[in-house]
Design a protein around this ligand. Sequence first.
Ligand code: PMP
Length: 398
Amino acid sequence: MFKHLKAVPGDPLLALIVAHQQDPNPKKIDLGVGVYKDDLGRTPILESVKKAEALMVANEETKAYLGVYGAADFAPLIQNLLLGKDSDIIKQGRIQSTQTPGGTGALKVAADFISANLKGARLFVSDPTWGNHVSIFNSAGVEVIEYPYYDAVTNDVRFDDMMAFLEAEMKAGDVLLLHACCHNPTGVDLKIEHWHTLTDFVNARNVLPLVDAAYQGFGDGLDEDMAGLRYMAAHTPNMLIANSFSKNFGIYRDRCGGLSVIAETAEEAKNAFSIIGQAIRANYSMPPAHGATVVHTIMTNPELYAMWQNEVTEMRNRINGLRNQLVQKLAASGVSKDFSFIEKQRGMFSYSGLTLEQVRKLRSDYSIYIADTGRMSVAGVSDSNIDYLCESIAKVVG
Ligand code: PMP
């Protein structure tokens, strides 16, 4: 039955993690993996999460099924966090939200919904984007097209090229995927003026924006990071939002996220949402409870909520502080290349501008593990490895 099957190559990033684990060099550094790490290289459970879990264990009364959308009172929490609690869209009932198994689950449901109901719609994604965007939509039968985004020369967004491409290629009914903040993999975000221009474009072209919000709180702040998304949502009739709680609550393996649909009227939003419910039922039936109960417990308990906000601030400040230190120390190491752009990037990742050859040399000669694209996970840097990292980069770059 399976004799004709050939093994497919695994994810190169996972291979990088394994290679790092097996490397005996005590100075080895893992800058591949996409999870937050503290200065000791650990991915800790947040204090607010630990406390919420204790409350959960004490108070949980049943493990009975939840329903396709998860817990009913979870939706307002997603909406308040994404749009702000005073949002008119929420007041008008134009947004409906469901809990999903992580941001990936949200994207998968969105892909199935688009494939089955928006016939002929194509998905436009940034070049580059998170690799799973392409896999998820392709597997749902949606054609994926890349638009110009990252400029390797300026380490910025190629916004004029991006708009020219979208103007030339997008048709009414197509879907435009945008990263709300902390663009993965580049760390280069759209500026608010870009969101304004894109909002005019999606309205004029009748294109559906799908915003992926996987890193809320990791850029400039929980509200600040949603500025572009909120502007667009307030000025366009329709939007899909896939959000993840994996990073900002540090509950990666518990699989918790959300999918929201915004429509022109409350009735349209409800209709679309009922179809999204069908897509969920046919996918995984209903989301797991643990992560969502933790998020719910924290967000409805003022003391835990304040504690969580401080913990998000701490994670964000650590990453942004590391960006600053990297720039200073690389400059001090006498490296010929200008790395000051690293400080302007946001979120967990940085396109470092290192070439494939330089990345390979860092791996083979210095046991520093960076993805082939040059994407570095900034959280993998620490006080104890930053000097070695900067010296090694200086030696390799020259
Ligand atoms: N979108 C982007 C851009 C991501 O980087 C990730 C996680 N790497 C996700 C979505 C999915 O997150 P989750 O782990 O919650 O499925």
